[in-house]
Design a protein around this ligand. Sequence first.
Ligand SMILES: Nc1ncnc2c1ncn2[C@@H]1O[C@H](COP(=O)(O)OP(=O)(O)OP(=O)(O)O)[C@@H](O)[C@H]1O
Ligand SMILES: [Mg+2]
Length: 365
Amino acid sequence: MCNENEIFTLVQLAQKEENVNPKDSAKNYLLAAQALVEASTHHPEKEPQYLELAQKSYLKAKQLQEKTQINKFIPPAKNKITFEHIGGLKQLKEEIKLKIIEPFKHPDLFQYYGKQAGGGILMYGPPGCGKSLIAKATANEAGVSFIHVKSSDLKSKYVGETEKNIAELFAQARETQPTVIFFDEFDSLGSDRSDAPAHDKSAVAQLLTEMDGMDSKEQQLLLLAATNEPWSIDPALRREGRFGTTLFIPPPDEEARRDILQINLSHRPTEEINYDELAKLTAGFSGADLKAVCELATEIPLKESLHTGKRRKISKDDLRKAINGTRSILKPWFSKALQQVQKRGLEEDFTELVQEARKGVKMGA
Ligand SMILES: Nc1ncnc2c1ncn2[C@@H]1O[C@H](COP(=O)(O)OP(=O)(O)OP(=O)(O)O)[C@@H](O)[C@H]1O
Ligand SMILES: [Mg+2]
């Protein structure tokens, strides 16, 4: 049990550290609260005073913990998405296996060949084509801790808060390593400093500091980022040793579209479906569009059943109707992307994007 002096020293220490080291400050406030509650049972004459102070210390500790907790970035339920749930993208899966999953699984082998695990990979490509899906599956396949950060969640309008959030995120990742930190919608955090307002520049600077601090002892930290505006990412972040590897996540090709349609319909009652035919009919659709097609097609017999009380399976016709009723945003995205990349002279940096965009223009897709 602490005596009164020791308790007040704890409180003073907690107050002093509040701004400098909020985590330790919270710990000391909690210790003080516990000690005060205990002391109140031994000194009934001071009970109200001690309990009031205990409550204040406890609330202060909770406040500080909430402020410093990055745990909010970890999704509560572990997702079970694996590569099996991703249609197509075979080559990319292989590349991810070699660059990310195997180094985490066999660090010794990679060290032997002078290859390091960890580092940074930037995934870019049109919306709805599987970037976020791949990141989640990668973490599950590698069997490592996974912190999913929506980049805008790290940003604060208060001066210095964004940097603090980033620093704490990396600190937490180091504690649980091997860890994959996934920065989703990365453009909102890592956008080019020359375009950004003053307080956004510091976010990029802090990221650079953290990444440059990832020395060889910290081989077990992998940074994955995803964006559909790669041209707006600060070039300094795309250098070797940072997000040095860029991976283009293309729209699904015919084979991939067939897989994605199958993945989305496999657990539903369907008539015999010619997936090859459907894959042809959905040229120019993203994975998200294909998912929407399957949802729409399913709703047709479902609604009918609600009226008639009879059940029928999802038919080819339902799927055709759903396809006709779905407009993909891939075409406008590629035109905008090509424009932006050309405007900034980044054709060499994003060659696959440019090729894919030109293919679309030629085909008139
Ligand atoms: N290759 C794929 N295989 C299976 N489903 C896919 C695939 N690509 C996209 N989808 C479906 O589309 C949805 C959206 O995909 P995802 O969130 O991964 O897109 P994204 O590339 O991250 O898009 P954004 O740039 O808008 O964030 C997924 O939840 C999934 O249902
Ligand atoms: Mg995404």
